[in-house]
Write a protein that binds this ligand. Sequence first.
Ligand code: ACO
Length: 426
Amino acid sequence: MKNSITMIDNRTGKSYEFDILEATRGPNVVNISSFFAQTGMFTFDNGYTSTASCKSDITFIDGEKGELRYRGIEIEKLALNHSYLDVCYLLLNSRLPTEQESLEFDLELRHRSFLHEGLRHLFQAFPSDAHPMATLSSATSALSTFYFSHLEICKENEYQEMARRIIAKIPTIAAFAYRHSIGAPFIQPDINRSFTENFLYMLRAYPGGKMHRGVHGEEKIKEIEIKALDTIFTLHADHEQNASTTTVRGVASTGAHPYVAISSGISALWGRAHGGANESVVAQLEMIGSVENVDTYIERAKDPNDPFRLMGFGHRVYKNYDPRAKILKTLQDQLKDELNIDSNLLKIAHKIETIALSDEYFISRKLYPNIDFYSGIILTALKIPTSMFTPVFVIGRTVGWITQWIEFKKDKDAKITRPRQLYLGD
Ligand code: ACO
């Protein structure tokens, strides 16, 4: 039996044959790269619902089963047993680090977390009411002016250095973007704090003194807060060829600087249909206000004439429970008391979920809660300002983007991204 597919043009009866490429997991792929040459026609796939844009061995999703793996390892195992930085190491090196490698990686990232003084001045040029995502994207792009040589890299150690640099600096840029937005002085990274603790520290601390009081009155950052945020970073670390990652690969395909590609990914993530949903979920739960109002909003979400959508519901790939949402729901139940999670928001969220999971509209469309449905509630409990929810997503996802950028660069068959169109004009 030939490993190919035959297509027949019903107008002419002519047949065309295309090879099937075998996947190690998930659906096989029909190689249609010769389609135009053979038929003189293009294929049309609005929103790429059936199109594989690259070969990859980084992340695997089975949307029907609700399964997610990084480098072959289930997300549940990684989220429960490994730190976010170990997950970064895994994505970048295709294996988990040894204890020694883990320590060295952590130490290196602490040292690389500082920003060039010149970059720090750039923040003053932005209006104070700028959204931190806008500032974060712009400042990340500006990072390319300080590390211009990354444009030409092609050796493994250069890729690794470039990746570690951006992973380490993004939390600092994000924290500075927030501090700028509230007119507060910047807090430099503290070399004695871990990656995740450092980010909370840079957001909350007052300048001076180790025993700072956080802006919300805490004496110090709690271990449980660090663990919760670290898990959130892990769950966001990569998600195969989503909109922002596809943007990063698209920019990479032109030969542009890696940090400019990451900046483009940040911009793509900002939208409400993508990473911006975590900010919208909490705003929507607050707007719903109480469990008594949930039914009204469910009806609105189902009304085809009403543009209202339940934020944090639905996913292009998951047609089952998003495994990341499942982990966060469990985490949230575990932390409810210790983190003082807003019980009203939680009650509204649980009611929405219960109704939606038993309602024909949501069942028939396979609409389940996605990661953003629960991350916003936990981030609120961590006293992370709403405007910083999507930057938190960026911090987690940077490793995924840069790993995908490196994979693209190493792919000998990679081409510039250049789709065609169905022209309907004059
Ligand atoms: N609420 C109500 N109805 C919905 C929702 C929702 N959240 N999501 C999809 N639908 C309905 C659509 O109206 C459509 O119904 P129809 O067939 O009667 O027209 C059907 O489900 C399919 O929806 P599409 O928009 O075609 O699905 P698509 O795969 O293109 O979109 C998306 C996926 C963008 C995530 C969508 O579900 C959505 O807008 N969700 C809300 C925003 C959100 O939570 N985004 C975060 C995604 S996860 C992430 O990026 C990290």
